[in-house]
Design a protein around this ligand. Structure first.
Ligand SMILES: Cc1ncc(COP(=O)(O)O)c(C=O)c1O
Ligand SMILES: N[C@@H](CCCC[NH3+])C(=O)O
Length: 444
């Protein structure tokens, strides 16, 4: 397993993260446990800002909170001076509860409800990324009702396909997101936005997908959207346009084979493409916004599990089960995502067997890792799965009424609990039994 950030194997032969021995984390907080390397998250956020500083462009880095959103995470992002991208009333509420500066919040989503829009308008968020005509009209009307003007970016589907899993490729024209260019919808949206009371069209947005390892797709999208930006300013009276948001999607290393680019390389490529396009079109440089999610938290997260049962089918396969699985990490089941693991309590031992790591959910597809090379695994061992910081906790479920794990931030030899472990009482907390179904119980 590749060790990221502050992760290392200590003198006791244990995995240590943020200066804290993983076996101590397990004794204190139990398993499954999501462990986040706070320094690595901070360093990555700083690396994004440092990379932009060298470009000379005005920029904003907005953390895409869908990757991992909790109160503590919002505080961390605020401390590092990044903006925040939210896609639901729940994420917005979390950010506001954490006292995240509302003017640095962007609101995404292809079906924002009237309630969510009102909530965001009342909070005075920085901008809405408007996805469709229904939303444009609704937002305008609600803003007028509240006596405010909302800053708006239009989300475009630039027709760029990237090499990633189909479910996370989002820039295609045949996608539920955004206004497509070829049908004329995007042009119509600009014309409509400049006419709509209650909104001010300040920018254009595109997002081509996630876990992207190359810069070609970004360059293509930038070229397409910049031409459209020029038309919007010069032909369709969008004179307030200043923001050019190219979305997120920067890839990370999940396995030894993954070879993402350095942050610096992604940003340089984006900045160069923006400058080239805007120079060619004779336009003033815009403020460039990016929305990284996975790349800020992905490698910083490690999930610790306890090994339980195993099943050897001689000559076929050995299954080793852990006390978590698709309920805390649905990505292998959803996207055939591949992860790496190590035994956190026996980290110096050499691999001696190939085993497949099964989750505990009642699904044959609940397999976390196929064919992991590990030392002879025994019940009670601590299995660490790396790079689980993005889209794990945030996509976790209570399937099989499994309680969600706790989350800790570790740094400088300290561990802070940032999300409590769910109890079974938490799992049933919102259930209601109608009185008529209690009859048998009450009469006993
Ligand atoms: C609009 C938008 N911005 C940003 C992101 C974050 O992407 P990533 O986590 O790949 O950086 C996503 C998710 O793919 C997205 O849909
Ligand atoms: N949830 C996806 C990526 C994010 C898609 C958001 N637009 C994943 O786990 O890879």
């Amino acid at each position: 397993m590749f060790l990221h950030g502050t992760s290392r194997v200590n003198e006791k032969g244990h995995l240590e993260i943020g200066g804290v021995d993983s076996t101590e984390l397990v004794s204190k907080f139990g398993t499954p446990l999501y462990v986040f390397d706070e320094q690595l998250m901070r360093d990555t956020m700083r690396a994004y800002k440092a990379a932009w500083e060298t470009t000379g462009l005005r920029y904003e880095v907005a953390y895409a909170s869908k990757a991992f959103c909790t109160l503590a995470m919002c505080r961390l992002v605020a401390e590092e001076g990044l903006a925040l991208d939210v896609v639901s009333g729940g994420e917005l509420h979390t950010a506001l509860k954490a006292n995240f500066p509302p003017e640095l919040i962007h609101f995404h989503g292809n079906n924002k409800t009237p309630d969510e829009i009102e909530q965001a308008l009342a909070a005075g968020i920085g901008a809405f990324v408007v996805d469709n005509f229904h939303e444009l009209a609704l937002l305008g009307a609600l803003a007028v009702q509240q006596g405010v003007v909302a800053d708006v970016l239009l989300r475009l589907a630039p027709g760029v396909e990237v090499h990633t899993h189909e479910y996370i490729s989002t820039g295609k024209e045949d996608s539920k997101f955004g206004f497509d260019l070829s049908s004329g919808a995007a042009e119509q949206a600009v014309k409509q936005a400049v006419q709509t009371k209650g909104v001010r069209l300040v920018g254009l947005h595109s997002h081509i997908g996630s876990q992207i390892f190359e810069t070609e797709g970004f360059k293509l999208a930038i070229d397409i959207v910049a031409k459209f930006y020029a038309q919007a300013v010069q032909e369709w009276a969008a004179q307030d346009l200043t923001v050019f948001n190219v979305g997120g999607g920067f890839g990370i290393r999940y396995t030894e084979e993954d070879a993402p680019l350095q942050i610096q390389e992604y940003i340089e490529a984006i900045a160069t493409a923006v400058k080239a396009s805007f120079d060619r079109l004779g336009l003033e440089y815009p403020e460039v916004v990016i929305e990284p999610g996975r790349s800020i938290v992905g490698n910083a997260g490690t999930t610790l599990y306890t090994v339980g049962s195993s099943k050897d089918i001689p000559g076929v396969r050995k299954y080793v089960s852990v006390n978590g699985g698709m309920a805390d990490n649905p990505r292998p089941a959803l996207y055939q995502a591949v992860y790496e693991a190590m035994l956190a309590n026996r980290a110096t031992e050499v691999p001696s067997e190939v085993v497949s790591i099964a989750g505990k959910a009642c699904e044959s597809g609940d397999m976390l890792i196929w064919d992991a090379k590990l030392p002879a695994v025994q019940a009670g061992d601590i299995l660490a799965v790396s790079s689980t910081g993005a889209y794990n906790y945030s996509m976790a479920s209570n399937y099989n009424r499994i309680a969600r794990p706790a989350v800790v931030f570790v740094q400088n030899g300290h561990a802070d609990l940032v999300v409590k472990r769910e109890s079974y009482d938490d799992v049933v907390a919102l259930d209601i039994v109608p009185a008529r179904l209690m009859n048998g119980v009450l009469s006993k």
